[in-house]
Write a protein that binds this ligand. Structure first.
Ligand code: NAP
Length: 314
């Protein structure tokens, strides 16, 4: 097991939604964590990556920096999502290798899986088809980190591992309607409708797609455990192992937010991938176990969002 106490760990994207939880956990293990900001080091630019590594001198790198968002922004900006995620990943890993980093933890995504992967998704099925079209440029750009890590392991003995988190949610998520994922988007819509006394909310898609969600703190713990305990070349799923239809999810969000009006389905909008549920047995083999179930996680997220709204209006 890798002891993280006093290790210099660079967490790219460490100020983001998942990153902030991860940094808290690494610090609790006694690590010395650096968190670069994109305004100081734009990792799409290789020279910025070089100066970051010269300044931070990391022993371990956990690469989370990415352009991330829901179906809307992925469909509107597929070129930027492809280019920036590909370049950020390729450059950060190359500079890490040249700098003699001990371990590189790449954060991939469930969006890398083929559109029609048999459920539950097993890591061995990752290459059996093209991803769902709306998120393929993002998913494939991030999947290149897996190829790069395996190639570097083979040629240079570089210790790169690759994790595949499912859709995340939790307090401090992105609630911007332009770029948010499904859970914060639904929470915001239901809270706004309730507060304004509106009797209906419109929801994208038909409600028939199935999704799996992992509470963000469980994901952060999974990344820490993998950093400490996993040394394999093969990718590892991080999920809750449970699936829910979007229709049922909307019902849970309505309950958690107190919205009792009508749901209007806009089925001209895409559903995205038909089903998503991960096989998490590989992660369980090194001690990963999700702790927060969806009902509790949703309530914590809604409570946090409500507190933010009341702070803003105070
Ligand atoms: N959220 C999910 O549901 C989910 C699911 C699966 C996988 N993931 C993966 O988990 C990771 C974190 O996601 P997140 O939801 O926490 O995203 P996030 O909140 O948007 O955070 C992403 C971070 O990346 C940094 N970044 C973006 N462009 C950059 C650039 N050009 N140079 C340097 N840094 C840059 C940003 O730094 P600044 O704040 O300094 O701009 C930001 O803090 C990503 O790799 C994502 O693919 C997320």
């Amino acid at each position: 097991m890798l002891d993280l106490r006093d290790k210099r760990i660079l967490v790219t994207g460490g100020a983001g939604f998942l990153g902030a939880y991860l940094v808290e956990r690494l610090q609790a293990r006694g690590a010395v964590v650096s968190v670069p900001r994109s305004t100081d080091y734009d990792l799409v630019d290789g020279r910025a990556a070089e100066s970051l590594f010269a300044d931070a001198r990391p022993e371990i790198v956990i690469h989370l920096a990415a352009q991330v968002g829901g179906i809307g922004i992925n469909s509107a900006q597929p070129g930027r999502f492809f280019y920036e995620n590909l370049m950020m990943g390729a450059q950060t890993m190359e500079v890490a290798r040249v700098s003699g980093v001990e371990k590189f933890v790449a954060i991939g995504t469930v969006c890398a899986y083929p559109k029609h992967t048999p459920v539950p998704f097993r890591e061995d099925d990752l290459w059996n088809g093209y991803p769902e079209e709306t998120n393929a440029p993002y998913g494939i750009a991030k999947k290149m980190l897996l190829v790069q890590g395996q190639a570097y392991r083979q040629q240079y003995g570089f210790n790169a591992i690759h994790l595949l988190p499912v859709n995340l949610y939790g307090p401090r998520d992105n609630f911007d309607p332009e770029s948010s994922h499904v859970i914060p988007a639904l929470i915001r819509k239901c809270c706004e409708a309730t507060d304004a006394g509106r009797r209906s909310v419109e929801v994208w898609g038909s409600g028939s797609a199935y999704r799996e969600f992992l509470f963000v703190e469980d994901c952060a713990e999974g990344i820490v455990l993998a950093t400490e305990r996993y040394e394999g070349a093969e990718p590892v799923n991080l999920g809750s192992g449970r699936e829910i239809s979007i229709r049922d999810l909307v019902g849970k969000v309505a309950t958690a937010t107190g919205f009792s009006g009508e749901i209007v389905w806009d089925d001209a909008r895409p559903d995205g991938q038909p089903r998503r549920r991960l096989d998490i047995s590989r992660a369980r083999s090194f001690g990963f176990e999700p702790k927060v179930d969806l009902d509790r996680g949703l309530q914590l997220t809604v409570d946090w969002y409500r507190t933010q709204l009341s702070r803003k209006s105070a």
